[in-house]
Structures are given as structure tokens and as C-alpha cells.
Ligand binder design. Structure first.
Ligand SMILES: C[S@@+](CC[C@H](N)C(=O)[O-])C[C@H]1O[C@@H](n2cnc3c(N)ncnc32)[C@H](O)[C@@H]1O
Length: 265
């Protein structure tokens, strides 16, 4: 019978993580220590982090808008900057709004908006993604709120009954230009699927398709909120206008976040 490995101490984990280049080694070490229930699991988790897996994939969850969102391997890790879009969405939502999270990944955005709105009454939440792993993961996050997750290409995934009824349409579609994928940190490049990152030659391929289809699904006065980059924002906004929405660009310097908001008049 093999003996259990000794429990790694906090300082020992910090040293290993620091040597592997983890900037927030102390915080990460504490999270790993509190997540592992046996010395074997702790050693395995530290090892996975040291070889470069995103912390959230090692832990199995990400903190987003103060919520713990399950994030499975191969699923996009929700980014802190996206919390800005959530604040904007919550401010615009009307009571009882139908909320759709298109390109949902883990479903973090829809869950965050629906959770914030739940205090004001019932929210009908739908999320959709083309990737089976994302759909499975999103179901774990969305189902407890009574929401539904659909699989398929953009709007094709959605039940037809939502046409013309959506109050808040959230979209963090992939927007990295293909030839800039190689510049992303290895955590993203190696552990998040290309379909979650690659937005085509100028990064706007999926954004344009989302913008072109939105007016059909939005209720009058409904909003599409789409994350983008500062550089791409004028082009994202142009796509909104072509799709029949009235766009405006908003940003947050602290979170380095840019969002285009379009309303169906
Ligand atoms: C940048 S990630 C964002 C995920 C999530 N909204 C978030 O912010 O954490 C983009 C997501 O879009 C999905 N996606 C890419 N192309 C799609 C398409 N044609 N239809 C539906 N989903 C798509 C990817 O699978 C990925 O989960």
C-alpha cells in the first residue's frame, strides 16, 4: 500500500507557483489549499496549475460578479472585464425581461444578469452556444435558476417563440482577429477552444452575424449588449446600425472594457 504524500504547506505551494510564473501566487495557493480535500488532490491540482492550466479550470469554477460559476475544461473562462457589460445590462433591463445569453460559454453572463434581476421579479433566461462542452457546462450554471440552454449556431439554437420577445440580448462573441490568436497568453491559446476566441480576419465575423440577426429577436425597446475592444468598437457599432439598431459605445478604463449597446427602437 503506498503512503499518502505529505500535505503541501502554503509556503511550499506559493514557491512552486511563483517559480512557474503565477503572478498572484499567494491568492492562488490559498484557493488551491481550500479546494483540495486530500493531500493527493492538492498535489495534483498544484501540478496542473504549474504546467499552465488556467486556475479556474484547476478549481472547476470562476468568480464572476460575486458568483461562483462552474467552468469545465475546454470552456472559456469568464473574464473580469465582462462584469462591466453585466452592470450595463442590469441597469437597462425591465422587470420580467426575457434575457438571452448568446455565445454563452459557461453561461456566466446570463446567470449574473438573471441573479441580479431576480430580486425585482421573474426572469426568463435562455442561453445558447455552438460547443457541446460549453452547453453542458452552462446547463450546470443556468438550470438552477430555471433557465434553459440550447445548442447550435447563434440564433438557430433559439426556440422560435422567443422571436420579437427578447428584452436583453447578451453577446460576448469571439472577437480576436485570427492572426492575433498567437499573441494571446498561453492559458487562453492552449486551454480555451479556438471557436471561443477566433473572430475571423478582422475579429468581427461572429459579431456581424449577431448584430445582423438581433432586430428579429429583440422586443421593441430591447437591447443588444456586445463586448468588443476599443479598437474594434466603431466597426462593431457600424454592424449594429446595419442591423437596424441604434448603437452607442460605452467603456470602463479600470476594467479595460468596451461594450456596444444597441436598442431596437
Ligand atoms: C469569448 S467566449 C464567451 C463565453 C461567455 N459568454 C463568457 O463571456 O464567459 C465565446 C463563446 O462563443 C461561442 N461561439 C462561437 N461561435 C459561435 C456560434 N457560431 N454560435 C454559437 N456560439 C458560438 C464559443 O463556443 C464560446 O463559448
Amino acid at each position: 500500500m503506498s503512503a499518502s504524500p505529505p500535505l503541501l504547506s502554503l509556503p511550499a505551494i506559493v514557491t512552486r507557483l511563483r517559480a512557474a510564473g503565477c503572478v498572484f501566487a499567494e491568492d492562488e495557493a490559498e484557493l488551491l489549499l481550500s479546494a483540495a480535500d486530500t493531500p493527493e488532490r492538492l498535489a495534483a491540482m498544484v501540478e496542473r496549475r504549474v504546467v499552465g492550466l488556467p486556475l479556474e479550470h484547476v478549481l472547476g469554477w470562476a468568480e464572476f460578479c460575486g458568483l461562483r460559476i462552474a467552468v469545465d475544461p475546454g470552456v472559456f473562462v469568464p473574464r473580469r472585464r465582462t462584469e462591466f457589460l453585466i452592470r450595463e445590462a442590469v441597469a437597462l433591463a425591465r422587470p420580467g425581461a426575457v434575457v438571452v445569453d448568446l455565445c454563452c460559454g459557461s453561461g456566466a453572463m446570463g446567470v449574473a444578469v438573471a441573479s441580479a434581476l431576480s430580486a425585482t421579479g421573474r426572469v426568463e433566461l435562455h442561453a445558447a452556444d455552438v460547443e457541446p462542452a460549453a452547453v453542458r457546462c452552462a446547463r450546470r450554471n443556468v438550470s438552477p435558476l430555471g433557465g434553459r440552454v440550447h445548442q447550435g449556431d447563434l440564433y438557430r439554437a433559439l426556440p422560435g417563440a422567443l422571436r420579437g420577445r427578447v428584452g436583453i440580448l447578451l453577446a460576448n462573441a469571439p472577437y480576436v482577429p485570427t492572426d492575433e490568436i498567437g499573441l494571446l497568453p498561453p492559458e487562453a491559446r492552449e486551454y480555451e477552444p479556438l471557436v471561443a476566441l477566433d473572430g475571423g480576419a478582422d475579429g468581427l465575423d461572429v459579431q456581424r452575424r449577431v448584430a445582423a440577426g438581433a432586430a428579429d429577436w429583440l422586443a421593441p425597446g430591447g437591447h443588444l449588449l456586445m463586448e468588443t475592444s476599443e479598437r474594434q468598437a466603431p466597426h462593431t457599432a457600424e454592424a449594429f446600425a446595419r442591423g437596424g439598431l441604434t448603437p452607442r459605445v460605452v467603456g470602463d478604463d479600470e476594467l479595460y472594457a468596451t461594450v456596444v449597446i444597441g436598442v431596437r427602437e
